[in-house]
Design a protein around this ligand. Structure first.
Ligand code: ADP
Ligand code: MG
Length: 373
């Protein structure tokens, strides 16, 4: 039997080329660094969310990639080709980039069809066919001759999406594109948009300050703070293995217990926590989310039986309890140091203020960070 022919060397070893890659991008305004050595890669068909608080430099990064602003240092590559460094620059309109920004203003004096056709080249019949195909895809064919003001916010957003996708861009840059829509519309439009983007196969870089939006849309999240990417990875990993306390706190409420390390362990009222590799005497923050606090419902104040995973129970007194829809948020004042601890419980659990309850913490879901500064 003949062995299969080996693949030519290039096919064996060629790493996939990112559709969009930025390397060491920096931008300063009036001596202040707003984007600080940002590097990112987005593969075709992938959605990367640039997530971070307002003012951290997300839009500036996107504007440099789009070519409407220019970085002070660093490079931008599309499909492995340099489009912009500090000397060479491909103009924005030749970058094959689709843009959808917060105020996705449609041209008010143009029909829906003309809005979508705006960036298209080619013959009239060809352009018309493309417009119809896109409007059909976003389910707006019946409004093809309407003007923007005759459409709802959600419909306008879909026209803007069709317009951005019409020329078949290889990269889509989206800056908080859903923030103008009301909450009830938003989830449906996000899901629909995601499906259309995936079909189109573009590499998508989506800017948002909302963790829920990033978790819902992203294949990969790049968490940005003060101009830097502090962590990058699949939503599951960024949520469950945050790089630091602030990264944990960006996604949900957190509880923090301060402790000191002795022999790679920290003693707390909830038992001992592992702090591998942390030198003796180091102060650490033990960080955990409210959903990883467990309440003993069954033993009526006698305290739960600890399992090794759950550590030692500590007692707290209910301060207040609120129903949040799919869960209840209960705040306790802890007996041992009078600190406030937050716990979420699925469904409805609204104990009266003043009621003492025993709590444990899922030690396998805690993060231990040395205290900085
Ligand atoms: N053209 C500009 N001139 C001066 N400062 C700017 C300019 N554009 C943005 N900034 C500043 O840079 C910082 C980051 O802005 P931006 O990128 O818009 O943040 P984000 O989109 O994350 O909210 C802000 O402090 C903003 O005021
Ligand atoms: Mg912005």
């Amino acid at each position: 039997m003949n062995a299969p022919e080996p693949l030519p060397k290039t096919e064996q070893t060629a790493a996939p080329v990112p559709r969009l890659e930025i390397r060491d991008l920096s931008r300063h305004f009036a001596g202040r660094t707003v984007v600080d050595h940002v590097s990112l890669r987005v593969m075709p068909g992938q959605v990367t969310c640039l997530l971070g608080p307002s003012g951290c430099g997300k839009s500036t990064t996107l504007r440099c990639i789009a070519g409407v602003d220019m970085q002070d240092s660093g490079e931008i590559h599309l499909d492995g080709k340099l489009v912009c460094d500090t000397v060479f620059r491909v103009p924005p309109e030749r970058r094959s980039i689709g843009l959808m920004f917060q105020d996705f203003a449609l041209f008010p004096h143009m029909s829906v069809a003309d809005n979508v056709a705006f960036g298209l080249t080619g013959g009239k019949a060809e352009r018309r066919a493309r417009v119809e195909a896109l409007l059909d895809r976003v389910d707006l064919m019946r409004h093809i001759d309407a003007f923007p003001h005759e459409l709802s916010g959600g419909e306008q957003q879909r026209v803007a999406l069709a317009r951005a996708l019409a020329p078949g861009p290889s990269v889509m840059l989206m800056d908080e594109p859903f923030s103008g829509l009301d909450n009830r519309l938003r989830d449906g439009i996000r899901d629909e948009t995601l499906e259309i983007l995936k079909e189109a196969g573009a590499a998508v870089l989506l800017v948002t300050h909302e963790p829920e939006e990033a978790m819902r849309m992203a294949d990969e999240i790049a968490l940005m703070r003060d101009g830097r990417i502090v962590q990058q990875g699949a939503p599951y990993n960024v949520y469950n293995a945050p790089a630091d306390k602030a990264a944990a706190a960006f996604f949900s409420d957190i509880n923090v217990i301060r402790g000191v390390v002795r022999g790679a362990l920290t003693d707390t009222p909830f038992g001992q926590f592992l702090a591998p590799g942390v030198p003796d005497g180091t102060e650490v923050d033990i960080v955990f989310r409210p959903q990883h606090v467990k309440i003993d419902f069954d033993r009526n104040g006698t305290g739960p039986l600890p399992t090794s995973r759950d550590g030692v129970p500590a007692r707290g007194v209910v301060q207040r309890a609120r129903f949040m829809g799919s869960e209840s948020l209960v705040e306790f004042r802890m007996d041992h140091d009078l600190s406030i601890l937050k716990a979420t419980v699925p469904n409805v659990f609204l104990p009266k203020p003043g009621r003492p309850l025993w709590l444990t913490v899922r030690r396998d879901r805690c993060f231990v960070f040395p205290v900085t500064s």
